[in-house]
Write a protein that binds this ligand. Sequence first.
Ligand code: ADP
Ligand code: MG
Length: 297
Amino acid sequence: MSDDFYIRCEDLFKIYKTANLEVVALRGLDLRIAAGEFMAIVGASGSGKSTLLNILAGLDTPSAGRCFVGGEDLLTMSSGDMVRYRRKKVGFVWQQTGRNLVPYLDAVQNVEVPLVLDGVPAARARERATHLLELVLMGHRLNHKPEQLSGGEQQRVSIAVALANNPPLLLADEPTGELDSVGADTVYDVFRSLNKDLGTTVVIVTHDPDIAARVDRVVAIRDGRTSTEIHRRVYFEGAKTEIVHEEFVLIDAAGRLQIPREYLERLDIHERARVLMGEGRVEVRPEANPRGTRRSG
Ligand code: ADP
Ligand code: MG
């Protein structure tokens, strides 16, 4: 299929079935991410962020819908292809530093693990591991074990491990969730420089409200669907640069959108509303007062 986007999810569903309960973690999610983007996904706990990231990582399979990454179809992929996909096409960083690193190996040995598993000769693996640790600003801690490193330093080593086999896509699930603000700042700086210098597509899941200032685009997920999007735009005016964040509501292929709950509450809109075509705009009005006159009391 022809595809201008590196990641394309359409009407994606994930249903978890437990004994006699079904949880719909993703309900018709649409998302497109361009190659080389540096973006974040935000949302409340339980909104489906990790579910989406695990699907993109090839760690979990969707229940229905379409999901293509780098032209590969994640719904129809064989399990053998899935193993290859996980090994070659995607790097993953978990929130828990302990999940990313082998505790008894030092930094350089940790980065060598995926290289050696991939058949890279020892000397070449050491060279590449050292280079990757320099890229994540850990060149001065090559022989430290995880317990001898701060949380932020461990996450930077984890990023180097994730990049070992040179994947075009880097996914991180709450990578700064256990870090202080200084540690988090450096981790975000490293993600940005990798995105810029290696061209790696970076997708970060977080509930850090300040994320919009750090990435180029933020997509919010609500109840298993994408709802809004914030773009970071840099304007140059003479010698001045101005950074502006613009927020958009996402509209899916069926014309559905999510109206912010506080707007609905303020206008007392439930279940039904009137949609009117205005001058260069579409209006959503409460059912009871089509002219938009506010009810008194
Ligand atoms: P987030 O990462 O945004 O906090 P998740 O993707 O982890 O959200 O979870 C979305 C929903 O799916 C939640 O209601 C969660 O309880 C449910 N869920 C996630 N994983 C499983 C699972 N393995 N089995 C059953 N339900 C799950
Ligand atoms: Mg999660």
